[in-house]
Design a protein around this ligand. Structure first.
Ligand SMILES: Cc1cc2nc3c(=O)[nH]c(=O)nc-3n(C[C@H](O)[C@H](O)[C@H](O)COP(=O)(O)OP(=O)(O)OC[C@H]3O[C@@H](n4cnc5c(N)ncnc54)[C@H](O)[C@@H]3O)c2cc1C
Length: 364
């Protein structure tokens, strides 16, 4: 593989979420590295709901990429095409690469500047504060965590959560679903299962929502929490079109390389690895890919590459406000203060900042 400018190979990382930021930080001194992300900052996804009830919390959970990328280039744009040795960005820039990492996880339309995102949190907070009744559509982790945040910080608000599935948190087992449901009911959240709300039917300012079963819900405002699509639709017209499976995930081999490609890796939620879509696993995948890239970029033999060990456990914690959480571990499922102690107070923000060395060299 050809070397980059100077004696270091050109490495391009597409996507500055959890997986992309971890691998970029790890490899920044080993390559001539460029991170392409439409945002100038990393948003810690599992901390975003707290920012809606406490906007100042987002000051720590939105991390400027430049605060952990000391020795690399950031292009704040979407990647729109991949060629054999170049990436094309939405602004028409061609970015050459020797090695490429795709970490575009789940797509979302977020502002480019951190200051704009902070303003959005402020506006969402004002919307919550001004409402007496709130409708949350979606009972996955985002909807349940948001309901938990509002129920704990604003116990006087009437919250209704509508979910199309027959149980909440379907990515976890039924025990966790039942515990989360009981907890929400204990906080006076009204949960309606196996129903949908067509938000297109709701005119601006009209506070009446109709569910698929014809029930009427009155709410001053609503939040749509139905999950984001995979960030892979842009790959459909690229050289990687045949590497996508039916679900739109990128098929990778045991070394985290896109199947059939020698110099293109994929990590995080975008991959077809059959394990839970979790940030801690995205980091584990980033670590395996980083080791393999270091080997290849230093001219090592690919037979020495490290195989990724898939996680067999289905471990996850869903926070329920500031103190409680429901957790599914290998052998048990529990709810309350103990899992809450692990996640709910700081939502792993301190841990993430520490892993990225943020507070050692913050440059604002
Ligand atoms: C409410 C909630 C709670 C969660 N709680 C936990 C938890 O407690 N623990 C845990 O481990 N996991 C948790 N998760 C899961 C975790 O957030 C994800 O698994 C993790 O964020 C995946 O990281 P990623 O980098 O693969 O993708 P993402 O975090 O989705 O990042 C993708 C990045 O790619 C960028 N991008 C997209 N398209 C393009 C493009 N065309 N060009 C350039 N950039 C692009 C996006 O802007 C984004 O920055 C939670 C998720 C949610 C929603």
């Amino acid at each position: 593989m050809a070397g980059g400018t100077g004696d270091r190979p050109k490495l391009v990382v597409i996507g500055g979420g959890i997986a992309g930021s971890y691998i970029a930080k790890t490899l920044q001194f080993h390559a001539n590295l460029t991170l392409i992300d439409p945002k100038e900052y990393l948003e810690i996804p599992w901390a975003s709901l707290r920012g809606m009830v406490e906007p100042s919390f987002a000051e720590r959970s939105l991390i400027q990429h430049k605060d952990y990328l000391i020795a690399s280039r950031l292009i704040a744009s979407n990647a729109v095409d991949i060629r054999d040795s170049e990436v094309l960005t939405a602004e028409g820039r061609l970015v050459p690469y020797d090695y490429l990492v795709i970490a575009t996880g789940h797509g979302d339309q977020l502002p480019k500047a951190r200051a704009e995102r902070l303003k959005q949190y402020q506006a969402e907070n004002e919307k919550i504060k001004a409402a007496q009744s709130i409708l949350i559509v979606g009972g996955g982790p985002t909807g349940v965590e948001l309901a938990g945040e509002i129920a704990v910080d604003f116990p006087e608000k009437k919250i209704t959560l509508v979910h199309n599935g027959y149980r909440l948190l379907e990515f976890l087992g039924p025990k966790a679903s039942k515990k989360a449901l009981d907890w929400l009911i204990s906080k006076h959240v009204e949960v309606k299962l196996e129903q949908t709300v067509n938000l297109e039917d709701v005119a601006e300012g009209n506070k009446v929502y109709k569910t698929s079963s014809g029930e009427i819900i009155k709410a001053d405002c609503h939040f749509l929490c139905t999950g984001k699509p995979l960030g892979s639709s842009w790959l459909k017209n690229t050289i990687l079109r045949d590497s996508l499976d039916d679900a739109g995930s990128l098929v990778v081999d045991e070394y985290m390389r896109v199947k059939g490609r020698k110099n293109i890796f994929a990590i995080g939620d975008i991959t077809n690895i059959k394990e839970m879509k979790q940030g801690h696993l995205a980091k584990k995948q980033a670590s395996t890919a980083a080791k393999n890239l270091k080997l290849l970029m230093s001219g090592g033999n690919e037979s020495k590459m490290l195989a990724y060990k898939m996680s067999s456990t289905t471990k996850a914690i869903v926070s329920l406000g500031r103190h409680d959480a429901v957790a599914q571990f290998h052998l048990t499922t529990m709810i309350g203060l103990i899992p809450g102690l692990i996640k709910s107070k700081d939502l792993f923000v301190g841990k993430t900042r520490k892993e990225l060395d943020i507070d050692s060299f913050v440059r604002h």
